[in-house]
Design a binder for this molecule. Structure first.
Ligand code: LCS
Length: 403
């Protein structure tokens, strides 16, 4: 299918919707309906048999949701897309599609806490084993693959350590061994990185984050490079497990995604400034940001991503208590999980998003108790810095008094 005739900034606004089909409505209409009526019994039979195109029931497809699915499919260079009720519903749908008992998953050495939880559950309940692999070299990746490996699952940049994985290298190895690759592209959004173009079979998003951009929807998106396989997922793991997106959430996400390119540029601009500020700060032991020239993934991220993104993590020079006290002293910056919103958000991975990960595994993932993750928002970068600075000063003063 011929695609991408227009540039990203145009596709993100227009693709998947033709107003002439909807009485000229500039905005895609909200089809807030659970079911669709048939003209007669024969039509219902044909639709169920797949002999006639058309909607049946919103768990199997909905016109508002389809606009979003078609848009993300184009933005991620896929041939099929599905929308889910959460990012985790997208993760579980693709893993249940690919895996059966006895299979093995090779996973990047860090993943979002609930993805970790899902892999644990699959191992306990269904004997689907997994290994967190160091994918920093082809040799190490190959060492982790077994004859039962049925999926390579990669987050890049990894939440929250910001390590990046060389997708071209991973996909080349996987293609040679005929193992499907799934990439969680949540941190980059399709504006910064397109895993299918680099050889991945599936790319997914927690649409809750940058795609929404406004902190008012929980949703997930899955894009695949095979239209047939995506249709199979629609009619199996999505239909029968049922983690679909509501039409209203799709409608909000269509609104949010229109501004993705402009928002991402601003997130990236702000993150660059905040990273330089934090790197130079005496209270900061280390920063983890792919745009930092000292970051181990700096060069590779530069090739793979359009820009280094809007998230960074940093380790405060002190204890867990100090990290938490620092968060409590912030005024404008909100303490909250999630990311990619207009508001700058800070969270403490070891007690929040990754608290389900056992401490020894967290240590291997590089998640220390003094690590804080900042989702840099759209505010003035000077105001973000001023808020960080006043909190550092208060915590520093308290530390001196306690000595
Ligand atoms: N993948 C990544 C990389 C994520 O960061 C998250 C959520 C998910 C998948 C799951 O998406 P959801 O079901 O929440 O839409 N990450 C969160 C985080 O870092 N803070 O709060 C949620």
């Amino acid at each position: 299918m011929e695609r991408n005739k227009k540039r990203f900034e145009t596709e993100v606004v227009h693709t998947g919707y033709d107003s002439s089909h909807y009485q000229g409505s500039l905005t895609p209409p909200l089809f807030q309906t659970s079911t669709f009526t048939f003209e007669n019994a024969a039509q219902g039979e044909k639709r169920f048999a797949g002999q006639e195109e058309g909607y049946i029931y919103s768990r199997l497809g909905n016109p508002t949701v389809k606009v979003l699915e078609d848009r993300i499919m184009t933005l991620e260079h896929g041939e099929g897309a599905l929308a889910f009720g959460s990012g985790m519903a997208a993760v579980s749908a693709v893993l249940f599609h690919l895996l059966k008992s006895g299979d093995h998953v090779v996973c990047s050495r860090g993943v979002y806490g609930c993805t970790f939880g899902l892999l644990e559950m699959m191992e306990k309940k269904f004997s689907i084993t997994h290994e967190y692999a160091d994918m920093s070299s082809e040799e190490l990746l190959r060492q982790a693959i077994t004859e039962n490996t049925a999926c390579i699952y990669v987050e890049t940049p990894i939440n929250p350590t910001m390590e990046c994985i060389d997708l071209k290298m991973v996909c080349q190895v996987a293609m040679e061994l005929e193992i499907p690759v799934v990439v969680d592209n949540t941190f980059s959004s399709p504006y910064l990185q397109n895993p299918i173009k680099l050889g991945a079979d599936f790319v997914l998003h927690s649409a809750t984050k940058y795609i929404c951009g406004h902190g008012d929807v929980v949703g997930g998106l899955l894009v695949g490079k095979s239209a047939e396989e995506m249709q199979e997922i629609r009619m199996t793991t999505q239909k029968d497990i049922g983690g679909i997106m509501s039409p209203f959430d799709a409608w909000l996400l269509i609104r949010g995604i229109k501004t993705l390119a402009v928002r991402m540029d601003r997130h990236c601009d702000n993150a660059e400034k905040i990273a330089s500020y934090l790197k130079a700060h005496s209270m900061v032991k280390a920063i983890h940001y792919p745009g930092d020239a000292d970051h181990p993934s700096f060069r590779m991220a530069k090739d793979q991503m359009k820009r280094p993104g809007g998230i960074l993590s940093f380790e405060i020079n002190g204890t867990k208590e100090m990290a938490q006290a620092f968060m409590d002293e912030l005024n404008m910056i909100k303490i909250a999980v999630s990311l990619g919103d207009a508001e700058t958000l800070i969270q403490h991975p070891s007690t929040m998003t990754h608290s389900v990960v056992p401490p020894e595994v967290r240590a291997k993932m590089g998640i220390t108790d003094s690590l804080l993750r900042l989702s840099v928002g759209l505010e003035s970068w000077e105001d973000i810095c001023e808020d960080l600075e006043q909190a550092f000063k208060k915590v520093e003063k308290r530390a001196v008094q306690m000595q």
